[in-house]
Design a protein around this ligand. Structure first.
Ligand code: HGY
Ligand code: MN
Ligand code: MN
Length: 426
């Protein structure tokens, strides 16, 4: 039985986690929002790590940082993509995305230390802006690779007037819509991403590696409630058109509806209204308007369509009972992304050879790999994170957990090289 420590160094991983964690808003650890000064500094640090590992670095048109380790043989060569993201949510964690980038670097260190040249190029990637941002679009870099970044998205401005396209151009991308799926898609052998589970199944089942079966569909809807603002002291209760009360009805009913669908369909299905703005938002004013964002994750499109139909009925009903206009529009939508069975079996096989326990697992979170799977074979492996906590400073996984996942990746890369190399190269 091989040992994961043959392939990777937990101390080097731990040092990387600590150094990257230092690039945060000081009073809101850990915050490294895309395009922020902390993000720029984190990117510079990462590019130094890539260069020190002998990778040839560039920023692609979508703004992702790519480090290339050339393979043997003449161009154009096949390529393998492995990466994740270093941007965080506000007051997020030190491992979401970061673990996957550091694990990918471990592969390069192993190949360098053993003087191995692969029969294909290896691309190590920090995908730009995986987390949902103020422009309402997550996965900026991987969406661009999949041809999904539009002029409309790039033209969006945030509350400070910053234009998304200009920000992408500032950090080295083109700032232009993707012309379509990246031009070398047909040369891509596959894509791997290691990520913390962000839930607690692996921890509670005492399993080392989760083999992701699919990444759920992610849909986001804007719900706008329009009532009538008024004086909180003189507007009698009867006949009020209070937008916040109508919004509260919808928030509660959405949660109950999602719970019912998840129980009935027995598939991953969650709905959250985590963002709500009340206008004019004064203590002595009956709210005249409420704007909410509904975040929906579903492992099956059938469940999502049932939810949408029920949501529209709920909106109609609430509009009548609360005497408010209520509308919903779709802000974003990405279909369910099944993972590639061949790549999953390679991960499973290499985990077993390392004596690591595995289990199939559905992802509740969205990931860059969902967009990569639109144009190439793609697979993810999860590692446990403490009590399933994520998107918060308490997020934690051990350097050894990351190392175990990294060792599976190293062995999977070598297995792919074996399969695709002219005999004797490896
Ligand atoms: O929102 C998500 O699922 C991911 O963390 N960006
Ligand atoms: Mn992530
Ligand atoms: Mn995240």
């Amino acid at each position: 039985m091989d040992d994961y420590l043959t392939y990777t160094k937990p101390d080097r991983i731990a040092a990387g986690v600590d150094q990257l964690a230092a690039f945060t808003e000081p009073d809101r650890p850990y915050t490294r929002l895309v395009f922020s000064a902390e993000f720029d500094a984190g990117r510079r640090w990462l590019e130094d790590q890539f260069s020190a590992a002998g990778l040839v670095c560039n920023i692609d048109a979508g703004g992702s940082l790519i480090g290339i380790r050339a393979g043997a043989g003449a161009e154009p060569r096949a390529k393998l993509i492995i990466g994740s993201h270093i941007d965080t949510v506000p007051a997020g964690g030190r491992f979401d995305g970061i673990a996957g980038v550091l694990a990918a670097l471990e592969i390069v260190h192993y190949l360098n230390e053993h003087d191995i040249t692969l029969p294909f190029d290896l691309e190590i990637v920090d995908f730009l802006g995986e987390e949902l941002n103020v422009w309402g679009t997550s996965c900026l870099g991987s969406r661009h690779m999949a041809g999904l970044i539009t002029a409309e998205m790039l033209g969006r401005k945030d509350q400070d007037g910053r234009c998304l396209g200009a920000e992408i151009a500032r950090i080295g991308g083109s700032g232009k819509p993707s012309a379509g799926v990246r031009g070398d898609a047909d040369r891509i052998l596959g894509c791997f991403e290691l990520h913390i589970e962000q839930a607690k199944t692996l921890q509670s089942m005492l399993v080392d590696i989760g083999l992701v079966t699919e990444i759920p569909s992610i849909y986001r809807y804007g719900i706008t409630v329009t009532g009538q603002a008024g004086h909180s002291g003189t507007t009698v209760m009867d006949g009020r058109r209070d937008a916040a009360v109508a919004a509260a009805d919808i928030i509660t009913a959405v949660s109950d509806l999602a719970g019912r669908i998840e129980a009935e369909d027995n598939r991953h299905f969650v709905a959250t209204i985590g963002k709500i703005d009340i206008f004019p938002n004064g203590a002595a004013i009956v709210p005249g308007r409420a704007e909410m964002t509904l975040d929906l994750r579903a492992a099956s499109d059938r469940s999502r369509l049932r939810f949408e139909a029920a949501l529209d009925k709920l909106i109609k009903q609430t509009s009548m009972t609360r005497n408010c206009q209520i509308s919903r529009d779709q802000l974003a939508g990405a279909a369910v992304a099944p993972m590639d069975k061949k790549l999953i079996s390679i991960l499973a096989d290499q985990s077993a050879r390392l004596g690591l326990g595995t289990m199939p697992i559905s992802s509740g979170a969205g990931h860059d790999t969902a967009h990569l799977s639109r144009f190439a074979r793609a697979a993810m492996l999860f590692i446990p994170c403490q009590d399933g906590l994520s998107h918060c400073p308490e997020e934690f996984t051990s350097a050894d957990s990351i190392a175990r996942g990294a060792a599976v990746l190293v062995r999977s890369v070598l297995a792919l090289a074996e399969q695709s190399a002219p005999k004797g190269l490896i």
